[in-house]
Design a protein around this ligand. Sequence first.
Ligand SMILES: NC(=O)c1ccc[n+]([C@@H]2O[C@H](COP(=O)([O-])OP(=O)(O)OC[C@H]3O[C@@H](n4cnc5c(N)ncnc54)[C@H](OP(=O)(O)O)[C@@H]3O)[C@@H](O)[C@H]2O)c1
Length: 172
Amino acid sequence: MQHVNCIVAMTPRRVIGNQQRMPWTLLSDTARFRKLTMGHPCILGWKTFMSIVEMLGRPLDGRDNIVLTRRAAAEVRRLGGIPMSSPEAALVFAKHEKAEPFIIGGAQIYERFMPRVTRLYLTLVYGDLAGDTYFPRLDTEDWTRVEGTLIPRDFHHPADTHETSFEILIRK
Ligand SMILES: NC(=O)c1ccc[n+]([C@@H]2O[C@H](COP(=O)([O-])OP(=O)(O)OC[C@H]3O[C@@H](n4cnc5c(N)ncnc54)[C@H](OP(=O)(O)O)[C@@H]3O)[C@@H](O)[C@H]2O)c1
């Protein structure tokens, strides 16, 4: 079975972002994100794509950046993204790739894709942080926690602004 993966970092209150940024600096999580998603098609919303391009000066490297947007395709292509006008088209495109897709946010994209997600890579960020974007509510009954081998669970970086824990959940 080919999984539809989702990867997110959120607080216990499900905050994922504030004013188009993530309200934390977590080098451990950035490294984890890179390792897990490298070589995989990544599906993301226009706003998240733009915040990545503004931060890095380019799209995510080594990964197709499949960008959900209703705006002109040329604008997305110019910035190095692959434009898609519907979630269904994005998944069909991603499934033609050899590697499993990752849904990487933001909130609108998580909301649309969560019913299709079968594996969730979840970083819990321990802080009562203010935010304006949230991950959808998860029904814990629907998910089983599994152990991963690729990423050590207790990996932290001294420059991290918050304590974190990392979990992998599979849809039952
Ligand atoms: N903590 C994390 O792990 C994490 C991960 C990713 C992002 N984030 C945060 O999430 C926030 C951004 O989330 P967001 O919800 O505001 O924006 P978003 O989901 O990144 O992008 C929203 C845009 O996607 C396009 N879109 C949405 N649904 C669509 C559909 N059905 N068909 C076609 N296009 C569609 C629209 O683009 P157009 O308006 O161009 O049509 C919409 O404006 C930021 O704060 C970011 O830092 C956090």
